[in-house]
Design a protein around this ligand. Structure first.
Ligand SMILES: Cc1ncc(CN)c(N)n1
Length: 220
């Protein structure tokens, strides 16, 4: 099947192969759904995850600047509003509940994989085209939608587990990921061969980093 039949994003997902399946069914996500993830591992994960939220927001900000129309700018801005409000307060409440020290919230020691994620997003935002930014953001958000959907019915009791799933399975988030996928396909249609190659490379790199990131907190 080529891109024209499956769509660019779907082709990238299929090419990611095992990495995609590992990311979406990672033992970290299963343990989180089952409430068997040690709270120290959850705190550690949230600290590293929060450490790149600012970079994610900045990358999407670049996408707002490079977007082709106001409809796309509105979608991306609504996502930014959710990340900087509900998601941000989720982190703060979870840090309180998990007794994360203030220094780890604002200036944590970054793990190697976290540094790589930050570098990938910074680079895409500053140097990448609109299509390249979308191809960086899409796998990150699509993987979260997929793993969270698989865990949602378990509804773990502790809010820092349950709400992390809920933030990624609600209707708004799902609609955003579906839009992002369609928008990535659209961007790929008008991209040059070189740009499409760059988009595919960024997509694959992000899937790999998502696996590496989960591996840090619950080794396979
Ligand atoms: C590593 C990672 N990737 C994606 C997401 C979902 N925004 C996240 N919170 N963290």
């Amino acid at each position: 099947m080529n891109d024209a039949e499956a769509g660019f994003a779907e082709t990238c997902r299929q090419k990611a192969g095992d990495d995609w399946d590992v990311a979406c069914g990672h033992p970290f996500t299963v343990a989180l759904g089952d409430s068997t993830l040690p709270t120290a591992a959850m705190a550690d994960y949230l600290v590293q995850d929060y450490a790149f939220v600012g970079t994610l927001v900045s990358m999407v900000g670049f996408a707002v600047g490079k977007a082709p129309n106001i409809g796309a700018q509105a979608r991306l801005s609504a996502f930014l509003a959710a990340v900087t409000s509900d998601e941000n307060t989720y982190f703060q409440r979870s840090f309180d509940a998990l007794q994360v020290p203030a220094a780890d919230r604002s200036r944590p020691a970054l793990r190697e994989v976290t540094k790589q994620l930050i570098a990938a997003m910074e680079e895409a935002g500053r140097q990448g085209s609109y299509g390249e930014i979308l191809a960086t953001l899409l796998p990150a958000e699509w993987i979260y939608l997929t793993w969270a959907e698989a865990q949602a019915a378990k509804a773990p009791e502790a809010f820092y587990f349950r709400e992390w799933i809920d933030l990624h399975v609600n209707g708004n988030f799902r609609a955003f990921v579906l839009w992002l996928k369609a928008e990535t396909d659209e961007a790929a249609k008008t991209a040059s061969a070189d740009e499409r190659q760059a988009m595919a490379a960024r997509f694959a790199r992000m899937v790999q980093l998502e696996v590496d990131f989960f591996d840090m907190f619950q080794p396979r």
